[in-house]
Write a protein that binds this ligand. Structure first.
Ligand SMILES: [Zn+2]
Length: 349
């Protein structure tokens, strides 16, 4: 019930049709097989666990902000947490979708990430320096380029952003031997990339067919205070706005599902139990509605003792999926993107 079967590739599919003497001319390709592909099985909720591999300001201590300039300089605890989280999800029969900033690949040792890839966990592109992809002025792109503007001198913001994405793909290929599995924008946007057809086109041009950029607005309550009923209900309500869809032009959006670890532990200054309560209700809503839940965590935030050092959120999500039986599947974001495409009646690549 937890396996994520590979759909028949287009080539193999075409091969099978030719072998059966079928003609595709003037005919629509049949839909993917729900028995083999959870993306095509609308009786199933799709649940993903994702981790952004980057350092986070205010962690492990509140005064830590230098990470803003060194997002990819992962410390040992962060790497250890990511590694162990992947192991745990795999034990539950699923995969964990990671997104890495390119600067990670400047670190001397990336064996831990190679192991993650070898175990079958996809790794997506999160830009090289954690740049703001909607920036229209050089000073908006990223802290590093404010301190060291010569690094992007002579480039328009669009050129600097495109290079930041392209370099990450090149670094991944060079050090992991694989290209990126999708793209996630640094920072989430309540409206995704709805307002930026140019950024959507840039991503398509760079070879991506889906993006994870939308993080719906939701209440979080007063910092440090236990979220009341309205806050939890508001977070559950926001799940409706966190469902995948296709933008005009063809790029697929796979939103992040509130509440993220940063939203809870930094913005809300929540306790772990409050976080787990919100996550549980979000996943249960997705299961009940055969919808999508896309958990967003950051190992650099989660490993901290006051966050979730014992992987309770990840274990909870895996348990909820298991409990749902054949009503839910633990999947990666590429599978969720495929569901959005299948719904549009498009044969996915
Ligand atoms: Zn990020």
């Amino acid at each position: 019930m937890f396996e994520t079967p590979k759909p028949l590739s287009r080539r193999r599919f075409l091969g099978a049709c030719v072998a059966a003497g079928a003609s595709l001319v003037g005919r629509r390709a049949p839909a993917a097989d729900p028995a083999r592909d959870p993306a095509a099985d609308e009786t199933k909720a799709l649940v993903a666990i994702t981790l952004d591999l980057e350092m986070s300001r205010n962690f492990p201590t509140w005064d830590q902000t230098e990470w803003d300039y060194e997002k990819g300089n992962l410390n040992a605890e962060t790497k250890r947490y990511a590694r162990e989280a992947c192991r745990r999800v795999k034990k539950h029969g699923g995969v964990l979708h990671c997104f890495a900033v390119g600067r990670v690949f400047e670190q001397p040792d990336v064996d831990w990430l190679k192991e993650i890839v070898q175990e079958g966990h996809p790794v997506g592109n999160h830009t090289y320096d954690h740049v703001f992809v909607k920036a229209t002025k050089p000073e908006e792109i990223q802290f590093r380029f404010r301190r060291a503007p010569w690094l992007i001198e002579g480039k328009t913001p669009r050129e600097a952003i495109a290079e930041n994405i392209r370099l990450t793909t090149a670094a991944m290929k060079s050090r992991l031997g694989v290209g990126p599995a999708g793209f996630r924008t640094p920072g989430g946007f309540a409206n995704g990339l709805e307002d930026r057809a140019d950024v959507r086109q840039l991503l398509l041009d760079l070879g991506f067919d889906w993006v994870s950029s939308k993080y719906p607005a939701h209440p979080v309550g007063e910092p440090g205070k236990e979220p009341g009923r309205e806050v939890i209900e508001g977070i559950v309500k926001a799940q409706e706005a966190a469902q995948p869809f296709v933008y005009p032009g063809g790029l697929v959006e796979v939103p992040m599902s509130p509440i993220s670890d940063i939203g809870a532990f930094r913005n809300g200054r929540w306790k772990l139990d409050w976080f787990l309560k919100a996550i549980r209700q979000g996943v249960e809503w997705a299961v009940d509605n055969r919808a999508v839940f896309d958990f967003l965590g950051h190992p650099s935030c989660l490993y901290v003792p006051s966050s979730d050092p014992e992987f309770r959120a990840i274990e909870l999500i895996c348990d909820l999926v298991k409990k749902a039986g054949d009503r839910a599947a633990l999947v990666d974001l590429t599978t969720i993107a495929r569901r959005a495409k299948l719904r549009q009646g498009e044969q996915p690549k």
